[in-house]
Design a protein around this ligand. Structure first.
Ligand code: G16
Length: 551
């Protein structure tokens, strides 16, 4: 379609503000029918565009994880972006871009930003979830100052603008023009694949993946990483095609929950916990930014994974000269802190949300970042990156020629083990969850010095973060109870759910003694789990006997 030179009508549509468009931990996430209400998506997109000013010399990247409503949303956004007057739009073929690929494209093409359509690990389909997130020019999720401005706009919006155009063919790679905008439908994988090739030792990884005695299994969970994994692992690195399972993206993720954890990646977990299972197993989520790593009969917690990547970073060509620093979210275990200490590099503790890493990465204060919520990444982009983490592990295994189990146990022997678990109480009544948090907040000042069995509270507080780069402050970022032996209990409410409230309880205990490193995690943490229940009265407030998900 070429409409350049032809007058395209720009319609101004009257609308009314919605009151529920406050972005959460990672953009606006709601049930699909909420997004399908007349004007709902359009209002939010206009609220984003209204923060941008003149964009006539700017590029915008658009793509999503392929979930239900992705295509319809992209057509709407293209027409609104043409009305806004962007110089150029870069759109992933068939509307597909993993979140890391979107970040890669924003940076490579020096775009003003990108719009990512995804509700990440939340289920999809007509009754599932949908989401929209704006990434700024550094390729990362918009910082709070920008999401606050977007939210403020949503509250006062009275009109939006849309170009009167037919739908675009998203499936054919092509360049077209509409009004003053060049619209490029581009390969969703190529630039991202090339970037991975620059970071890792592809020769070493390829030799490993081609070995007959090495088994690799990647679960794409019928989500966005299927085509990326095929290009990278099979086409570029020579892994057998059967190494990828659930590799065809589906609008409803095959009815599954595209959350790479022990509860939801069931086929992968079953095969990896077979005594003759593959050597390395991994999964990624709906939009490709999360990862889960498994060895044969072995689960690597995301917090431990970050620590292992940091400890072995110099084995990877891109990090050969060492790390500037490491950042982790507050609820993530302190396993990476031990490594940072030994390397003599700074460790930053940020609130939950990848957006908090952006300033640290831009200021070159850190090289690696990670979160307990199955996310890790580096300064190569400004999002967490699932396949990058898998390639990192493959690179380590290729060089060290050891099993995941051996690498992990040697790591614990050297640094000690941070036993760690997260208990989620999903979709609990929001008012009750709020009451639990307020009651605990009130108790915090009295907890310091109190003894609970073998544990003495060192201090307890509501976590807030002073960004060392722009001095901005984020408050109310979770309640923490720290004990004198370094153990911790953290409670916070999730900012990514779409129904009720999800209470997350994070529990950690540091153990130096190697004799205890083989213990079962839940058993090793029994006393602290009971203590969390006593102090926060979780059963009382949630009405639940046990968590719905344990990771
Ligand atoms: C998002 C954020 C992460 C955060 C995770 C869980 O990930 O980018 O930083 O850790 O949500 O957040 P919450 O505990 O508030 O639910 P994703 O993969 O969902 O975009």
């Amino acid at each position: 379609m070429t409409n350049q030179g032809i007058a395209v009508t720009i319609h101004t549509i009257s609308t009314q503000a919605f009151t529920d468009q406050k972005p959460g931990t990672s953009g606006l996430r709601k049930r699909v029918p909420v997004f399908q209400q007349p004007h709902y998506l359009e209002n939010f997109v206009q609220a984003i565009f209204d923060t941008l000013g003149d964009v006539s010399r700017d590029t915008l990247v658009i793509g999503g994880d392929g979930r239900y409503y992705n295509r319809q949303a992209i057509q709407i956004i293209i027409k609104m972006a043409v009305a806004k007057g962007f110089q150029r739009l870069l759109i992933g073929q068939s509307g597909i871009l993993s979140t890391p690929a979107l970040s890669t494209l924003v940076r490579k093409h020096q775009a003003i930003g990108g719009i990512a359509l995804s509700a990440s690990h939340n289920p999809g389909g007509p009754d599932g979830d949908f989401g929209i997130k704006f990434n700024t020019a550094n390729g990362g999720p918009a910082p709070e100052s920008v999401t606050d401005a977007i939210y403020a706009n949503t509250k006062t919006l009275t009109r939006y603008q849309v170009a009167d155009l037919p739908d675009f063919n998203l499936d054919r790679l092509q360049t077209s023009h509409a009004h003053n905008t060049q619209v490029d439908i581009i390969d969703s994988v190529a630039d991202y694949g090339a970037l991975m090739g620059k970071i890792f030792d592809f020769d070493a990884i390829s030799s490993l993946l081609r070995r007959e005695d090495f088994g690799f299994l990647f679960d794409a969970m019928h989500a966005v990483t299927g085509p990326y994994a095929r290009t990278l692992f099979v086409d570029m690195l020579g892994a057998p095609a059967y190494s990828i399972i659930n590799g065809v993206p589906r609008e409803d993720f095959g009815g599954g929950h595209p959350d790479p954890n022990l509860a939801h990646a069931q086929e992968l977990v079953t095969r990896m916990f077979d005594p003759h299972g593959p050597d390395l197993g991994a999964a990624s989520d709906g939009d490709g930014d999360r990862n889960m790593i498994l060895g044969r009969e072995f689960f690597v917690t995301p917090s431990d994974s970050l620590a292992v990547l940091a400890a072995h970073a110099t084995l990877v060509p891109a990090y050969r000269d060492g790390l500037k620093g490491i950042a982790r979210s507050m609820p993530t275990s302190a396993a990476a802190d031990q490594v940072a200490r030994e390397l003599g590099i700074p460790l930053f503790e940020t609130p939950t949300g990848w957006k908090y890493f952006g300033n640290l990465l831009d200021a070159d204060k850190v090289t690696l970042c990670g979160e307990e919520s199955f996310g890790s990444g580096s300064n190569h982009i400004r999002e967490k990156d699932g396949l990058w983490a898998v390639l990192f592990w493959l690179n380590i295994l290729a060089v060290k020629q050891q099993s995941v189990h051996t690498i992990m146990t040697e790591h614990w022997r050297r640094y000690g083990r941070n036993f760690y678990t997260r208990h989620d109480y999903e979709e609990v009544d929001a008012a009750n969850a709020g009451a639990l948090m307020s009651a605990l907040t009130q108790q915090l000042p009295e907890l310091a010095g109190k003894k609970f069995g073998a544990f003495t509270v060192d201090f307890a507080d509501e976590f807030s973060y002073l960004d060392p780069v722009d001095q901005s402050v984020a408050r109310n970022q979770g309640l923490r109870i720290l004990f004198t032996d370094g153990s911790r209990i953290v409670l916070r409410l999730s900012g990514t759910g779409t129904a009720g409230a999800t209470l997350r309880v994070y529990i950690e205990n540091y153990v130096r003694d190697p004799q205890r490193h083989g213990e079962d995690t839940q058993k090793a943490l029994t006393a602290l789990i009971g203590l969390a229940e006593n102090v926060a009265r979780i059963r009382h407030y949630t009405g639940r006997e046990r968590p719905s998900v344990i990771t």
